[in-house]
Design a protein around this ligand. Structure first.
Ligand code: FAD
Length: 368
């Protein structure tokens, strides 16, 4: 006979772990199933910035996220890195609101071609993988079961009602199943008749050894939002013709407290778990980073890193019931801001599961 819990959460990235934590705190019996390790994909391999701008639909969740991260940081005695006070970010290009002198004062190490920027004062740095681990620890203390190294292979269904999941360890019954499986969410839901409109967008990051200089703020190309909008999903014809779009680049340079730099990031629609286009993407990331901060050229590289963001067609996450399936809930599609929005999203999804309502703007049925 299948074991039974109130809620199964599929996926141990930031979204799944945050959702499980808030459900467990509310007294719900919850089991999270992660096929690899916690935060072993995008949630532990990203740039680690809490940053806007936010679409209006996500402003409240983003603001709530900062409070939740700060509270968690305090409760776990700083077990993960978080800027207690904002670090700030120079947004290069776009609307220039800083004078040349203000820009030079804000960041003396900027390259000579960087003459226009605005300042986003609220950006903060976070160690996302460690933050996920801290949240998972809290979830366990509230009674959640968190299992890693176990795959969810299929949804259990009676008619149109989802009654649990079939895992590598056998069936697990639940009144609700929350799918927070990032770019793989469509696979979990593949037999429901609803195609989850979230695709994987690969990013490459370069991590350096500690540099002999210190940047005052993060530095980001203001073109990020436009770059995301230009991404298209390749068709069979594109693969047949070998005409796949090369990686796009939106520069992002950030230095951690030990002096290491994280250089990002490429964006490319990616239909495979295998890391494609490393050479081309990393070269473009490094070229742009060296334009932003020329002193970077001499800094040794420690590691190349890649992962895929779960990006929806309209850039907003999908929070809520899967159309046509009762008991099945989606929590995915957070794109390039899943760490910024993740903890607030987990709280909002948990509230939805508990019957406190969903934000209409984020419901998956907008894709019907
Ligand atoms: C290069 C790059 C830089 C980024 N930088 C930032 C940043 O600075 N700030 C920011 O806010 N966001 C950033 N992001 C975005 C952020 O990383 C993602 O939006 C976020 O991590 C997504 O979290 P998730 O939990 O939805 O997905 P994931 O982290 O992908 O987690 C999904 C999990 O589901 C598991 N899973 C899948 N299928 C199954 C199954 N069948 N059974 C069990 N488990 C399964 C996977 O193993 C995975 O661990 C960045 C992304 C990239 C690619």
């Amino acid at each position: 006979m299948a074991r039974t819990v109130d809620v199964v959460v599929v996926g141990g990235g930031i979204i799944g772990v945050a959702t499980a934590r808030f459900l467990a705190e509310a007294g719900v019996s919850v089991e999270l199933i992660e096929r690899d390790g916690l935060a072993s994909h995008a949630s532990g391999r990203n740039q680690g910035l809490l940053i806007g701008p936010h679409p209006p639909e996500m402003t409240a969740i983003a603001a709530r996220g900062v409070t939740l991260y700060r509270d968690l940081h305090e409760r776990c005695d700083g077990a993960f890195f978080l800027d207690r006070e904002p670090h700030g970010c120079l947004m290069v290009g776009g609307e220039a609101v800083l004078s040349a002198q203000e820009l030079a004062e804000r960041e003396p190490l900027l390259g000579p071609d960087i003459t226009a920027a605005s300042f986003e004062p609220d950006a903060r740095r976070i160690d996302p993988g460690a933050a996920v681990a801290a949240m998972a620890a809290e979830a366990r203390t509230y009674g959640a079961t968190i299992r890693t190294g176990v795959s969810v292979r299929e949804l259990l269904r009676r008619g149109e009602t989802v009654t649990g999941v079939l895992t590598d360890d056998g069936p697990l019954s639940a009144a609700s199943v929350v799918v927070a499986a990032g770019p793989w969410s469509w696979q979990v839901c593949r037999n429901t008749g609803f195609d989850v409109a979230v695709r994987g967008v690969r990013g490459w990051l370069v991590v350096t050894r500690p540099a002999p200089f210190r940047l005052r703020h993060a530095i980001e190309d203001a073109s990020w939002a436009a770059t995301k909008k230009g991404l298209t999903t390749p068709t069979v014809g594109d693969f047949a013709a070998g005409t796949l779009t090369p990686p796009a680049i939106a520069g992002l340079v950030q230095q951690d407290s030990a002096g290491r730099l994280l250089l990002g990031a490429s964006l490319q629609s990616s239909s495979t778990d295998h890391a494609e286009n490393q050479r081309e993407a990393v070269a473009a990331v490094c070229r742009r980073a060296a334009e932003l901060v020329p002193a970077l050229r001499a800094v040794p590289v420690a590691e190349l890193r890649t992962c895929r963001r779960p990006l929806s067609a309209d850039g907003l996450p999908l929070h809520g019931p899967v159309p046509g399936s009762s008991g099945l809930i989606l929590a995915t599609g957070h794109g390039s801001q899943g760490i910024t929005w993740g903890v607030g999203s987990g709280e909002a999804v948990a509230a939805g599961v508990l019957g406190q309502g969903w934000d209409r703007a984020l419901l998956p049925d907008r894709y019907l």
